[in-house]
Design a protein around this ligand. Structure first.
Ligand code: PLP
Length: 384
């Protein structure tokens, strides 16, 4: 499924975008060596947000030149590590980073390619917590306030940095092309203004990640190739109107590459009915392997893996095992009468579950098991 999702993006890119355009896997979604090996084999780029992700990508043999380093607080160590490894691009987030990166690049006697992260101020109507393209946010520099224009002028004046273009990420769980097209309009206006002010022509537009996945059966089916076609058409038309050279396009899908390849299996520990209130089913994991319900009430489909044919007449809340009343996996779902040692499956957990896992309460992280052609193998060992 992971490889098929990559191939869907790669094919749509070949069909609709020009040479040099590339989908980058946003590896925060699921980061361990086998993922980067698959991305290398499939010909994807990757985005990383820390030295840890970069180290894992490089140790898996991922080509440095196809790596894009994100983050709004890259440390001096992050910058030095990325520069010394010859990574393709830093996506610069703020002025202080430009100064630090310029210094690091000068010391290493290299010129480093960068993209500039700007915020177009688009609200794609998604969950507030996973919506990062608004003006008031801690990522990137806003266009509307005039700060992005000053950011560009600053970056262009640095002799050890080469500005190749712009980046924006407007949010996640986006099901249509429209919010991306709106972002393109704003970015092209901005690019045009920068051409007029500085004679600078952006070679690359990185439009970030965000295509949605179906956590619930009621979620829409997203036509990613169709959306990419619409986006490419919109971009070409916008460029033609402005007589602007059509840039290379990058997208950074995370969730839509891995989420629907994954599910989490829990073993039931206890079943408890608080009379007059509700029933709880407790499981041997929880917010330590999936904090997304605790963080932003993220919806998931939960099924009784060991009792799929039983009548689901118990309305209940699935609770994790942490000493934290917010440690819930899902509320008000329907399950059959469950017993200790039954298995529950939570679907569509391939993205932002393993990577958000913690050792709170000194609980070990679970194993990651890959399955293909009826064969299973452990790709990350269970912590003991
Ligand atoms: N790119 C950036 C800069 C992000 O912040 C994110 C998610 O937070 C992504 C890409 C991936 O988004 P998604 O997993 O929704 O595709």
């Amino acid at each position: 499924r992971i490889r098929a999702n990559c191939r869907m993006y790669l094919q749509a890119f070949r069909d609709h975008f020009g040479p040099g355009s590339l989908p980058l896997y946003a590896s925060k979604a699921a980061s361990f060596k086998q993922m980067y090996r698959i991305m290398a084999e499939e010909g994807m780029g990757v985005d990383v947000v820390s030295s840890g992700e970069l180290y894992t990508a490089l140790s898996a043999g991922f080509p440095a030149e196809r790596i894009y380093f994100h983050g709004n607080c890259k440390t001096d160590a992050d910058l030095a590590y990325g520069v010394s490894q010859g990574i393709g691009f830093f996506v610069a987030d703020n002025r202080e980073e430009l100064l630090a990166l310029e210094k690091t690049a000068a010391e290493a006697n290299v010129t480093q390619k960068i993209l500039l992260r700007v915020t177009p101020g688009i609200d794609p109507h998604t969950l507030q917590a996973i919506n990062t393209g608004r003006i008031d946010c801690q990522f990137g520099v806003p266009i509307e306030t005039g700060q992005a224009a000053r950011f560009v002028a600053d970056a262009l004046s640095r002799k050890n940095l080469i500005v190749e273009g712009f980046h924006s990420h407007i949010g996640s769980q986006i099901f249509e092309a429209e919010p991306f097209c709106d972002a393109v309009d704003i970015l092209l206006d901005f690019a045009q203004a920068m051409r007029q002010a500085h004679g600078f022509v952006a070679e690359t537009l990185n439009l970030g990640g965000g295509f949605g996945v179906r956590y619930l059966e009621s979620d829409p089916v997203v036509d990613i190739p169709g959306n990419i076609r619409a986006l490419a058409q919109h971009l070409r038309q916008g460029c033609a109107e402005k007589d602007y050279p059509v840039p290379k396009v990058l997208l950074e899908p995370g969730r839509s590459i891995v989420a629907n390849a994954g599910l989490t299996l829990y073993r039931v520990g206890g079943i408890k009915t608080i009379e007059g209130y509700r029933s709880y089913v407790t499981v041997n994991g929880g917010m330590t392997d999936n904090p997304r319900y605790a963080l932003y009430k993220a919806p998931y489909t939960v099924v009784p893996a060991s009792r799929m044919n039983d009548v689901r007449d118990l309305t209940c809340t699935v609770a994790g095992r942490c000493c934290e009343s917010g440690d819930l996996i899902q509320e008000n779902i329907q399950l059959p009468e469950m017993q200790r040692d039954d298995l529950l499956a939570v679907l569509t957990t391939g993205a932002y579950n393993f990577t958000m896992a913690s050792n709170y309460n000194r609980i070990g992280r679970p194993a990651v098991v890959f399955v293909k052609d009826g064969k299973a193998r452990v790709v990350v060992k269970r912590e003991t």
